[in-house]
Design a protein. Structure first.
Lengths: 339, 339
DNA sequence: GTGAAAGCGCTAACAA
DNA sequence: TTGTTAGCGCTTTCAC
């Protein structure tokens, strides 16, 4: 049995309420008894039972972070950012991994109504574009902030990057580098970020007088073997050099894998740009050109917005839609000079 | 105000206990009233307040995972393993990142006495070899399981890999590949895993009739610039080819970085083996030879042990010390044939 | 400045 | 089978 406020009160011949207040450093308690209580509590190594206290106060001090995956440079770095501000605010971070499974996501979200967490940070999973499970969330009005992968149907603050612009820049760079064709490797068009990046791609194609060829837009889903297959087909048939935009980290590295398998040379045969936060992109062979998102900052920003809402400062200016720019790091994978 | 068991009871003209039991599908409630309650609860979209329930039951349904870092292939994969079993057991995972800071670690551990979590999975941080903060934990006897980076002073179950053997194998391979000297790149010898890997290294050196040269054992700490500096010094001065064992993922990739900076060729000038769980080790230039730990399985194993303890099955055989083998993946970074 | 008492939402004896 | 009651550990009116 752990030690309680009740025991302290009994031992010190005080009322529990007095002890409670003393422990909370209330002004209505004399310095003298405060000291007595504090000292004794210290001596007994007392720690307040958080959940009992929380039951009263109707808060848990926990926030949820829902991500598709944690073994991914972007998400793990974003988690670092979130943790940084949570820690500072004395909040605790519960991690939920959806593994891109919407039914799993749905049950996670459902659980939140049980009051386990005070707020939610979320990057939605791909899969069928059903948002009903998220809609329901609105009923339980616990604060929610989306980061990176948002859900447009839900009214909530979001933190994203300039995905359209990035897609545009990436495409344009590949065109400039003389790619005979440029392909876009997506995951699923159900994802906000993929859609935006794809739109940037399309816009750049059009702006550069190129046709948009649906055969060059691959939506591989999450099944690796499927992606590898369609990518292989594309790479063998396309006129070279072909430019590839890998719209996620996983997809970008798969391009390398497939090229290796097919004995295609990067950047001679294939030129590639990946949306990626890998620290070691520059160590790949050849170094991978990346669009790098400010993952840490995004996590921080999202958490900051969440805490603002938690603290009831909703007053200020409604739903925030923060957009943070990402960086294009040009490296060997796109080839040399412009043509 | 969210909807409570009390309201259901009132509306249905039942006692709260009846409703509570019905909701728990107790056998002492008639099917009929069960249905009534369930239906009504459904209709009202009732969800049990976890923490109120937990306060009674003296459990939270949360476990803590304390890791030095989350943006690291090993830890993030281990977290996946932990999450897999936690999810299945209906537990929730709170993540704590120490950033290799022991004072942070201490305050995290202290917090656990507040009853926020039912159990703890931990991979200790480096830094001064103080374990007092962990010792204290023992007082609050919440179950604890160490994984990967253990703390020998504390009596607790552990899940580790065969670090000594791996260190031995790595060293031996480098010797066989004709390295003129073999260096060990550690982080701090305060870490159990580093110590063991280093011992394996030393043993292999001795077994192969080589001297142990303290200059070849670098403990870089966590300051990247310091590591780079000492590594640069070593690489410029040593007779080549020199073999390097990077005892963590970070250290292994730093070898690549430094070689690039110094224009040294891997594997001609430098041969390297890294303890790493990177999926893309094979895409590096040249592909990195790795000792890969079964991170996912370790996470799973650790969590499984924890839950066993949580369920009070301590009876079985005291403190478990599980050791799982890691795999040596030989790739281009160690050079070609044996000499 | 201190204490008594009610109650957060739920569970579990025990009684009926 | 259902209801009454006490209480988990804490906070917070409201009296004293």
């Amino acid at each position: 049995m752990s030690i309680t406020i009740k025991k302290i009160a009994r031992d010190l011949n005080l009322a529990v309420s007095t002890v409670s207040k003393a422990l909370a450093d209330s002004h209505e308690i004399s310095e003298q008894t405060k000291k007595r209580v504090l000292d004794y509590a210290d001596q007994l190594n007392y720690v307040r039972n958080t959940y009992a206290s929380n039951l009263k106060k109707k808060r848990t001090g926990n926030i949820a972070v829902v991500v598709p995956e944690v073994a991914d440079s972007y998400f793990s770095t974003a988690i670092n950012g979130i943790e940084a501000v949570a820690q500072q605010k004395n909040y605790h971070v519960i991690i939920y991994i959806t593994h891109e499974d919407q039914s799993r996501e749905a049950s996670i979200v459902r659980e939140f109504r049980s009051g386990r967490v005070d707020g939610v940070l979320m990057s939605v999973s791909s899969g069928k574009n059903t948002t009903t499970h998220l809609q329901e969330r609105s009923q339980s009005n616990i604060p929610l902030v989306f980061f990176d992968r948002v859900c447009d149907d839900i009214e909530a603050p979001t933190v994203t990057t300039d995905d359209l612009e990035s897609g545009y820049k990436a495409t344009e760079l590949l065109i400039k580098r003389g790619c005979k064709s440029v392909a876009f490797l997506g995951m699923t068009e159900n994802l906000s970020i993929i859609r935006d990046r794809l739109n940037g791609y399309k816009k750049a194609m059009v702006d550069n007088g190129l046709d948009i060829n649906e055969d060059l837009i691959i939506s591989g889903g999450i099944d690796e073997s499927v992606i590898i297959e369609s990518l292989s087909a594309l790479l063998t048939s396309a006129s070279r050099p072909i430019g590839i935009i890998g719209s996620t980290e996983k997809l970008a590295t798969l391009v390398y894998v497939v090229c290796k398998k097919l004995s295609l040379q990067i950047p001679d045969d294939v030129r590639v740009i990946g949306f990626s936060n890998m620290g070691i992109a520059s160590l790949l062979s050849p170094p991978l050109t990346t669009i790098t998102q400010p993952a840490f900052e995004m996590g921080k920003a999202a958490a900051t917005i969440l805490f603002k809402n938690l603290e009831g400062k909703k007053a200020d200016a409604g739903i925030v839609k923060a957009v943070i720019g990402s960086l294009l790091h040009e490296r060997g994978s796109v080839g040399g000079e412009n043509v």
